[in-house]
Design a protein around this ligand. Structure first.
Ligand code: DQA
Length: 144
């Protein structure tokens, strides 16, 4: 199984960024833990983070050529703004799992709107960085 783990803007700063909200783990720490789970399950993970909307769209589109079975996606601030990213996920028709480290529902009003939740297989919000592992476990079961 091949799974793309995609992270949007400012998530490269995890560990330094608003630690009271996002915790002290870096993106690399998260990726290392996901790799341990993936290896046990005969799964290959592809990691990609970008601060640029068009780069995230390009990677979603190129998933078709890479035989990606599922996408784990934290769109970060684009969650609340990006029709373009939503459309790219609809276009490739690859099942995806939406992850948010913080509980977006209990924060500012502008974070309550997600352009992804209604088309995601499942949303993991407010579980801290553990949300990525929950999403991976769910994605691993998608074809079973
Ligand atoms: C986030 C929540 C978003 O509202 C925010 O813009 C982020 C991170 C989260 O993981 O909690 O950058 O997606």
């Amino acid at each position: 199984m091949n799974i793309l783990v995609l992270n949007g803007p400012n998530l490269n700063l995890l560990g330094l960024r608003e630690e009271d909200i996002y915790g002290s783990d870096s993106l690399k720490d998260i990726e290392n833990r996901l790799n341990i789970i993936a290896e046990k399950n005969n799964c290959k993970l592809y990691f990609y983070q970008s601060n640029a909307e068009h780069e995230l769209i390009d990677v979603i589109q190129s998933s078709l050529n890479k035989d990606i079975d599922a996408i784990i996606f934290n769109p970060a601030a684009y969650t609340h703004t990006s029709v373009a990213l939503r459309d790219s996920l609809l276009a490739v028709k690859i099942p995806f799992f939406e992850v948010h480290i913080s509980d977006v529902e209990s924060r500012e009003d502008f974070r309550k709107k997600s352009y992804f939740s209604d088309i995601a297989e499942k949303v993991f919000s407010g579980h801290g960085v553990k949300g990525y592992e929950l999403a991976l476990n769910e994605a691993l079961n998608i074809n079973r």
